[in-house]
Design a protein. Sequence first.
Lengths: 120, 172
Amino acid sequence: MKFLRFFLIAILLFPLSSINAEENDKRNKITKNLRCLICQGQSVYDSDSEFANSLKIVVDKKLQEGLSDDQIYEYFKTKYGEWILYDPGINKNTYILWLLPLLIFLIGGAIIYKHFIVKK
Amino acid sequence: MKNKILPFSVIIIFGIIFFIFYKGLEDSKIYTPDVNTKKEIPMFNTKEFFSLENVKSSSIFELDKIYLLNIWSSWCVPCRQEHPFLMSLNLDNKLNIIGMNYKDNLKNAENFLKELGNPYKGIFIDLDGTIAIEWGAYGVPESFLIYNNEIIKKYIGPLNQELVDEINLLIK
């Protein structure tokens, strides 16, 4: 009888704890991608400032409301601007950032082509 | 001819990289929020400061009235500095100053108001700082000038005489 009771409790507890862990993982992933605006060079996840702690609560709330990651990022973007995201989209301020590697790759490729392939 | 292309392109690439890093040096790495964009005020539920009754944001802010939402806290030293300016702004009947008590101990907050005076027409509380995030605020003190449920202007940091003059000019 005792064993049965223990078994029941174990079954009841197990899925709950795994759901919690999943939510925590998601929360951590999102807060790692948000910049803590008042502490330089830290993500919200790393920071323990008042601002970051409140932000973590908000992320939790939004997750409970069933919002997706992208919706949460979008929400913070409208509140604080692009700067809060560590992964900026393409716009007029960031296009150099996105295109430069491609450009350097092409120039490098052209140099290699001229030197080693045309030579032969 | 071929020997010239390599040094030439190396110089150009280094030039571009230098230019980008140089521009990056000038950029501010500190968050500078947009203070002039008009935004709708957020909706939220909160508690009244003195009675601790639940209130909705829509019942605090009415259309056709000018509000100054001030985020403050008794533990915040710059709030102490700006308090006299809020008191002087309160003399203008057109302006309704609303306080938002941020992450504070209510007893300390009440003592703060007793000591320095209460310029607020109404105060609500934000215990965990989540309402401040709804407003797009990131610290204390911060003030928002509101008209017709729109944020007209945002003041980050403590108010001073210059800003008080500006607000007086804006609400005229």
